[in-house]
Design a protein around this ligand. Structure first.
Ligand code: ITT
Length: 204
């Protein structure tokens, strides 16, 4: 189906319980005058991510939120994929940190797997799903390539940011300002595709 167009002042549920993701989206969407509200703020239940692809899990999150709120909902499923461990942690990126969101251990686990490997390449992937209460969906993707560094560097950002250095950059995501990361990240690229297709073109 053709694209869906969100108008200025319309409400959009950001179907995430990850406050860092929500902040990144809010900053990206703010200039378009869309009113964003997160699943976390709405106290929506956190759906189980039972699919085996980023797109599948994004669909589960977006469709559940759109159905419950009767509003359009945008979900992000993303993760860090490390070449030398066959793309892991991938869709399990959040789960590798456990229920207490211990990314220090998750980053150590990655380092333990690859410390003797020559290939340190990795990429971050992001798939956005926009869902309407009717169940209709649209998809937007972003990817950024880079390498795993050790030890972790920087204290901005979240998740695996301290060990990911994008190709062509000397800083890790966690050493960059928010605006720098938001201009190149996997999420920013997926957002760009969403923006081109669904948001009003003119900025105030
Ligand atoms: P929601 O499902 O509620 O959105 P989540 O954190 O569980 O929150 P995902 O299932 O999509 O989200 O897991 C993505 C994980 O990938 C996230 O928790 C981080 O560990 C990692 N990740 C994704 N984007 C990242 C980024 O920009 N910087 C660092 N880590 C990132």
């Amino acid at each position: 189906m053709s694209s869906y167009h969100l108008m200025r002042a319309s409400q959009l549920v950001i179907a995430t319980h990850n406050t860092n993701k929500f902040k990144e989206f809010s900053n990206l969407i703010k200039p378009f005058g869309i009113v964003t509200i997160s699943s976390g703020e709405l106290k929506l239940p956190e759906p189980e991510e039972t699919a085996n692809t980023f797109a599948g899990n994004a669909t589960i999150k977006a469709q559940k939120a759109a159905y419950i709120t009767n509003l359009p909902a945008l979900a992000d499923d993303s993760g860090l994929c490390v070449t030398a461990i066959n793309g892991a942690p991938g869709i399990y990126s959040s789960r590798w940190a456990g229920s207490n969101k211990d990314f220090t251990s998750a980053m150590e686990r990655i380092n333990n797997y690859i410390k003797d490997k020559e290939d340190r390449t990795a990429w971050f992937m992001c798939v956005l799903c926009l869902a309407l209460p009717t169940g209709q969906t649209w998809y937007f993707e972003g990817r950024i390539d880079g390498q795993i560094v050790w030890p972790p560097r920087g204290n901005q950002g979240h998740g695996y940011d301290p060990i990911f250095q994008p190709k062509g950059e000397i800083q890790t995501f966690a050493e960059m300002t928010n605006s720098k990361k938001n201009s190149i990240s996997h999420r920013a690229q997926a957002f760009h595709a969403f923006r081109t297709s669904c948001l009003e073109e003119h900025i105030p």
